[in-house]
Design a protein around this ligand. Structure first.
Ligand SMILES: Cc1cc2nc3c(=O)[nH]c(=O)nc-3n(C[C@H](O)[C@H](O)[C@H](O)COP(=O)(O)OP(=O)(O)OC[C@H]3O[C@@H](n4cnc5c(N)ncnc54)[C@H](O)[C@@H]3O)c2cc1C
Length: 387
């Protein structure tokens, strides 16, 4: 795949792409079997990626970042799937683009020093705690409670599906600060929650269909006391910040999905060129060539939608519709492509040690995590003149 012709990337992005690709292929991919089997990867990977400047690529230098832009994130999301572990990629992207942006945008200087900067260095692992057993798509339905008591908040409740949850040092946590039913959207606040407080417990590590190298946890909060200064932004303004934060989260999800599917297709093309049946390579059959053309065309369309959404986001324009479209299209296209690739591998596609089985399982998450395809359609429909 040649990314050189897209106008969004400059020379520094191309060089960054080479660095991320080579790190993913040479330093991470050789461990894929082991870390997938272990259902977690070593903590040192965060530190190494902090040292390499990946985690802070687009954060300002004053916080330990490299001062890059959203196109560095795009490059990272597209190239990391070369490591062969969507789980590890997701864990890193949670750290880079899902739990830290809101600290950077609305956190106090103290919160930046205590949580953002060590996260950029890879010394602290972060998580984003929004989903609950009874509230996933319906964020405003969360019930975890944060009650003010003097200079502290007392937190009680439960979270689930939390990526990095078994070993996070801090969680960007959503909790209800107003229980008035009239305040469904307006009664939620965000906090930087350090996980070493009394009453916090990791109650379960979830066994998942895919993304095995990342840990996903169920968490319990029982009278956890945190200083009031750990609130992020104004009280009761959390829902708005969560929706803002979702934009970056969904964008990187979309970019990773199309980047990963492109890698799967490139590898499949090499396979079908070499694989013979009926005394000719598989690419000797027009039907196979046409299927590959269809896949590449769909990927190209989805990639351009991703880039359009990234460009709007980069320029600070309202990109909600385009980002939702990009995530919707990426989730569905990536799954279609990877499924078709699996078919082209034949029996090799169905064996665990083959080149596509893990990618196939991992890709299924894209139309669920960070907002389902149905929720993307709901958002898009509200932004169209349908009523
Ligand atoms: C591997 C993994 C990692 C995750 N990581 C995190 C994390 O780090 N932090 C975090 O907070 N969350 C995380 N999540 C949670 C994820 O964001 C939610 O699973 C997702 O938002 C869907 O919520 P739900 O599972 O409660 O499904 P539900 O909301 O129960 O939805 C079930 C089905 O109903 C559909 N549906 C719901 N509402 C509507 C509607 N209005 N119209 C039409 N259809 C509808 C949905 O699309 C879906 O198909 C993770 C999930 C997974 C699987």
């Amino acid at each position: 795949m040649n990314y050189q012709t897209y106008p969004y990337f400059g020379e520094e992005h191309h060089m960054y792409r080479e660095t991320v690709r080579s790190f993913a292929k040479n330093e991470l991919a050789p461990h894929a079997e082991e870390w997938e089997e272990a259902r977690i990867f070593p903590r040192e990977v965060f530190e190494k990626m902090g040292e390499m400047g990946f985690i802070g690529a687009r954060y300002p230098e004053e916080h330990g970042g490299s001062g890059g832009d959203i196109w560095h994130t795009a490059v990272f999301a597209e190239e990391m799937p070369h490591c062969g572990m969507a789980g590890l990629t997701m864990s890193l992207l949670v750290q880079m683009e899902m739990c830290t942006p809101v600290i950077h945008e609305i956190g106090s200087d103290e919160q930046k020093r205590e949580f953002l900067e060590p996260a950029i260095r890879g010394e602290k692992i972060g998580a984003l705690g929004i989903s609950e057993p009874d509230a996933g798509s319906d964020v405003a339905g969360i019930r975890t409670r944060a009650e003010r008591d003097g200079d502290e908040y007392v937190i009680n409740g439960q979270k689930t599906w939390i990526t990095n949850g078994t070993r996070a040092d801090f969680i960007v946590l959503a909790a209800r600060t107003d229980t008035d039913p009239e305040m469904r959207y307006g009664g939620i606040s965000l906090f930087t929650f350090p996980t070493d407080v009394d009453g916090f417990e990791v109650t379960r590590k979830l066994r998942k269909l895919g993304n095995h190298s990342s840990d996903t946890a169920e968490l319990h909060f029982d009278d956890c006391r945190i200083p009031a200064r750990y609130r992020l932004g104004a009280e009761d303004a959390g829902f708005y910040h969560i929706m803002e934060n979702f934009q970056g989260e969904r964008l990187v999800g979309a970019l990773t999905g199309i980047g990963g599917a492109q890698i799967a297709l490139d590898e499949t093309i090499e396979y079908v060129k070499d694989r013979n049946a009926f005394e000719r390579p598989l690419t000797g059959f027009q039907v196979i060539r046409h299927r590959i053309v269809d896949m590449q065309t769909e990927l190209e369309a989805a990639r351009n939608l991703n880039y359009r959404a990234t460009d709007l986001f980069d320029r600070g324009l309202d990109a909600q519709k385009e980002i939702s479209m990009a995530k919707l299209k990426a989730g569905e296209t990536a799954m279609d492509v990877v499924d078709e690739c699996l078919q082209l591998y034949g029996g090799m596609g169905y064996v665990e040690e083959g080149p596509i089985a893990r990618t196939w399982r991992d890709t299924r998450l894209l139309s669920i995590g960070g907002g389902t395809s149905e929720i993307m359609k709901e958002i898009i429909s509200k932004l169209m003149p349908l009523r």
